[in-house]
Design a protein. Structure first.
Length: 151
């Protein structure tokens, strides 16, 4: 947790960069459908599967809550559909760093828009980096990009 505390105290940069940085602390965290019990660095610490896990909407919500102090974020943690329609985000056509990428039933955070990469909690990998331009996620219908309303 020292690294996370250091990030909170010393990280300077755009809110979008803070979102991407905070998301990377979750790499390796186990996936659990409907679960919100994990915290940043659980994947790095190798928390045994089943003890602490996160689903896609819980991951996005916790990362955004880490960067923004907005009590309305707790409402979004219910499911991925909430993020698709929330007034806290606006739909955009061209993704940028820190935007949410969303499909029906799934969401993640854009970490490299030029390469088409996002980080999210997937059933097969846990929290990992994937492509929304190639492979499985490129074939999923209904993809939209959502940007935090304050950007």
């Amino acid at each position: 947790m020292v690294a996370l505390l250091d990030w909170k105290l010393n990280h300077r940069g755009s809110p979008q960069a803070k979102i991407a940085s905070a998301a990377l602390f979750w790499l390796g965290t186990h996936y659990g459908y409907g679960s919100k019990s994990a915290n940043a660095l659980d994947g790095a610490y190798g928390t045994p599967q089943g003890n602490k896990a996160i689903d896609c909407s819980g991951f996005v919500t916790k990362v955004y809550a880490e960067v923004f102090n907005n009590p309305q974020l707790s409402v979004l943690s219910m499911n991925a559909a909430s993020i698709r329609v929330s007034h806290l985000f606006k739909t955009v056509s061209i993704p940028e760093l820190g935007d949410v990428v969303s499909w029906d039933g799934h969401c993640g955070i854009v970490i490299d828009p030029l390469a088409g990469k996002f980080i999210g909690a997937q059933t097969s990998t846990g929290v990992a980096i994937a492509s929304y331009c190639t492979g499985y996620w490129a074939t999923r219908a209904g993809r939209i990009f959502r940007r935090w309303h304050e950007f």
